[in-house]
Design a protein around this ligand. Structure first.
Ligand code: ASP
Ligand code: MG
Length: 423
């Protein structure tokens, strides 16, 4: 049920200077002039969160996470107050609110808190009085009333959560790009903006490193089926709609090519092929909070096998220390690290119903002489681990292979196969 409420979130670059804040205010006031009730969510001004974090690290080697949260939350408060002032200066009534004032309750995990509920009483009142409410994104309070933040990029999640709480029809996310692209335009200049992307595709894309939306925001939107529109603050392009998959959607076989750098790989050679070995390898890692991505284990030969897995490069030193220990314990022949790898993936809802996509991916990489070290798949994604120096080439080759730069990118054929699940 629509209550004529529009939620508009503006990112850091969109509020990056007084001039830009004035531009945002104009857009907000224009939306209100159409008779809509506007709830604005803002990020900190571009670079502000990093600046505050650097300050914290100048003062202390290990700053307390509760204090980090109080510090970082100020970035969004600054933007919210300035946007409200900019609205006043063009005669648009507006009130800014913090996480506490909007009643955004989170759990206790400082610097990566999860939203428990939004009371929203206050913002509802403000909207009812036909005033714009400008919410400081990225923050809430826990049950003790301490300020918490929702993790980097968390204002996206604040916006979707507020849209859900207010039963808005859609959550608009304004940023410095036109929408979601088939791949990073800095790698492939022909990259094309997508009209629509399904929640599931966007979940894969965000977890593969698409920076445009925080993954938690997409999870939240998917859980409550809240459509998201990603569009640019700086032009009138309609942007990209992220919503539930429906038959009218353009459904190319492959929607995007993603590239994750900053990956590394650890291989344990010659480990005994016995029950409990994998647990001995991975439990100590998870105890250390190291998150592992792709895992492969070979078929065993004469009772021994090899295990390889990938993880973020930033965790490699820590993980190698753990692995040296567990390697000895399970009597692995050797533990090897490789920090020059990348993960290149293709994502597309059309894969669910079509076979042969993986073969095409591998074939086009092999034509360029690119070696695939590991492969992992989901229903709508195929990822290859390869040498980092080939990452950009691989992205270009795959973007080309699936004709993603062309306006009429490859659609699944309308054969009966279309409705069957590929095995
Ligand atoms: N200001 C925070 C960050 O830079 C949150 C956000 O912008 O969404 O991560
Ligand atoms: Mg952001």
């Amino acid at each position: 049920m629509s209550q004529n409420i529009v939620v508009q979130k503006y990112g850091g670059t969109s509020v990056g200077s007084p001039e830009r804040i004035r531009q945002v205010a104009k857009r907000v006031a224009a939306t209100r002039a159409e008779g809509k009730k506007v709830l604005v969510v803002v990020s900190a001004m571009a670079g502000e969160t990093d600046r505050l974090l650097n300050l914290a690290h100048e003062i202390s080697e290990r700053p307390d996470r509760r204090e980090i949260d109080l510090l970082l939350s100020s970035g969004e408060r600054i933007s919210a107050a300035l946007v409200a002032m900019a609205l006043h200066s063009i005669d648009c009534p507006a009130i800014s609110v913090t996480g506490r004032q909007m009643g955004l309750l989170t759990d206790n995990s400082h610097t990566r808190a999860r939203i428990i509920e939004i009371d929203g009483e206050r913002v509802r009142k403000i909207l009812k009085a036909n005033q714009v409410v400008v919410c400081a994104g990225f923050q809430g309070v826990n049950e003790q009333g301490d300020v918490t933040t929702l993790g980097r990029g968390g204002s996206d999640t604040s916006a979707v959560a507020l849209a859900v709480a207010l039963k808005s029809d859609i959550c608009e996310i304004y940023t410095d790009v036109k929408g979601v692209y088939t791949t990073d335009p800095r790698i492939v200049p022909e990259a094309r903006k997508l009209e629509t992307v399904s929640f599931e595709e966007m979940l894969e894309m965000s977890s593969l490193g698409a920076k445009v939306l925080q993954i938690r925001c997409v999870e939240y939107a998917n859980r409550y089926k809240m459509p998201i529109k990603v569009r640019s603050t700086f032009d009138d392009d309609p942007g990209t709609l992220i919503c539930e998959e429906n038959p009218d959607m353009e459904q190319p076989l492959v929607s995007g090519v993603m590239c994750a750098r900053g990956q590394s790989k650890i291989t344990l050679k010659g480990v005994p092929d016995q029950p409990g070995i994998a647990a001995k390898v991975f439990c100590p890692l998870s105890d250390q909070g190291v998150s592992v991505d792709v895992i492969i284990q070979n078929v065993s030969q004469e009772g021994h096998t090899d295990i390889s897995f990938t993880l973020p490069k930033t965790h490699l030193t820590e993980a190698m220390e753990v692995m040296e220990r567990s390697g000895k314990e399970i009597q692995a022949a050797e533990v090897i690290a490789d920090s020059h790898i990348a993960k290149v993936s293709i994502v597309g809802a059309g894969m669910r119903s079509h076979a042969g996509i993986a073969a095409r991916m591998f074939d086009s990489l092999s034509r360029e002489g690119i070696n695939i070290m590991m492969i992992s798949t989901s229903e709508i994604r195929i990822s290859c681990i390869l040498e980092e120096k080939y990452a950009e080439l691989a992205v270009r080759v795959l973007h080309d292979e699936f004709k993603l730069g062309e306006n009429d990118s490859e659609k699944p054929s309308q054969s009966a196969e279309n409705n069957q699940k590929a095995m």
